[in-house]
Design a protein. Structure first.
Length: 193
């Protein structure tokens, strides 16, 4: 079973990160199954719980692939196009003949493997939940490092999402190179762009 999910689709700043995870459920040991028992949508876990699950997913998965799409590509080609492209690339990295590929909320066109789009798949499929954890932890780590290179926007705190403090930072400091200018947001309305 392969699962794919993304993190950062609704952000004002930073990359879009997709992950694909392949589990061979028949080969998982009882210990590995227990270690994955807390898997759920990454948004249902706090930072520490996601960080704890991350190495457990890496250890239990047969294969893991992480794909990142930059702000420039999102602005140039569009968020939806880049989201589908990233999910496709992540799945192509983990899909194997005979495996069913589960995708959180989307179908991937022009994909040569059996697939199923599952609404709230990150809450109902272990493979999709694992991909959700991998994508979210990877993206959050990137944004925390970006905070050091781009001080003033508090990226380490909100990791690019449209929070009140992020919108206040945009009003105060303008936009950084990590901000998506193709993203329509009231946070940008006060700026003379």
């Amino acid at each position: 079973m392969a699962g794919a999910d993304e993190a950062g689709r609704g952000c004002l700043a930073g990359p879009l990160v997709a992950a694909g995870v392949l589990f061979d459920y028949e080969a998982l040991t009882t210990r590995e199954l227990r270690s994955l028992s807390a898997l759920n949508d990454s948004k249902q876990h706090d930072h520490d719980a996601r960080e704890e699950l991350y190495p457990k997913v890496l250890a239990a998965a047969r294969r893991v692939v992480v794909i990142s799409r930059s702000v420039r590509s999102i602005d140039g080609r569009g968020l939806h196009v880049m989201n589908i492209d990233a999910l496709r690339s992540a799945l192509l990295g983990v899909a194997r003949p005979g495996a069913l590929c589960l995708i959180d909320g989307f179908s991937v066109p022009d994909f040569g493997y059996a697939q199923r789009a599952i609404i709230d798949g990150d809450a109902t499929s272990a493979a999709v939940a694992a991909a959700s954890i991998i994508a979210k932890v990877t993206r959050d780590r990137f944004m925390r490092r970006a905070d050091e290179r781009h001080p003033g926007w508090s990226f380490a705190t909100h990791v690019g999402y449209s929070t009140p403090e992020h919108r206040a930072a945009i009003a105060r400091a303008g936009v950084s190179p990590l901000h998506r200018m193709s993203f329509q947001s009231a946070a940008y309305d006060q700026l003379a762009l």
